[in-house]
Design a protein around this ligand. Structure first.
Ligand code: ATP
Ligand code: MG
Length: 139
């Protein structure tokens, strides 16, 4: 059975460019319920730990630098088939390849500054949600 939660971040570029409100609205209009949310600023060490799975990739240093360059919004979202439906809502990693109407197509400028994160599996959604939120912070 498909899981019903996913984890997201509104990345530093989207927050800095004033898209936080529109993106949250897109999540909610897309049928997702907010189960947890916080506004925070990751240290390099925290961003590095979150993206540790990409440690060997050539863009890892750039990714960690970017994700710790300004405040973000982290959230746990709920919907049937959350992981897959959310990745449809945000669009392809590279905004130039993202479908019309998707969040990355509307608000992202480049493959590194791509506005939002979305979990890629049910297992990672739970790991990522637990990275940011305690049980007391999830409703
Ligand atoms: P995210 O995990 O942020 O939701 P994604 O699952 O679509 O994005 P991943 O392959 O997990 O893509 O890559 C993680 C992030 O690393 C991307 O969102 C992007 O910001 C950055 N990234 C991926 N590929 C590249 C690349 N070729 N050059 C620069 N940055 C990249
Ligand atoms: Mg990913």
């Amino acid at each position: 059975m498909a899981g019903n939660i996913t984890f997201t971040m509104i990345k530093p570029d989207a927050v800095a460019n004033g898209h936080m409100g529109n993106i949250l609205n897109d999540f909610i209009q897309g049928g997702f319920k907010v189960r947890a949310m916080k506004y925070t600023w990751l240290t390099e060490a925290q961003a590095g730990a979150f993206y540790a799975v990409h440690k060997e990739r050539p863009f890892y240093g750039e990714l960690v630098g970017f994700m710790s360059s300004g405040p973000i919004v982290a959230a746990v979202l709920e919907k049937d088939n959350a992981v897959e439906d959310f990745r449809k809502l945000i669009g392809a990693t590279n905004p130039a390849e993202a479908a019309e109407g998707t969040i990355r197509r509307k608000y992202a400028k480049s493959i590194d500054a791509n506005a939002v994160h979305g979990s890629d599996s049910d297992a990672n959604a739970e790991i990522e949600a637990s990275f940011f939120f305690s049980a007391l912070e999830r409703f």
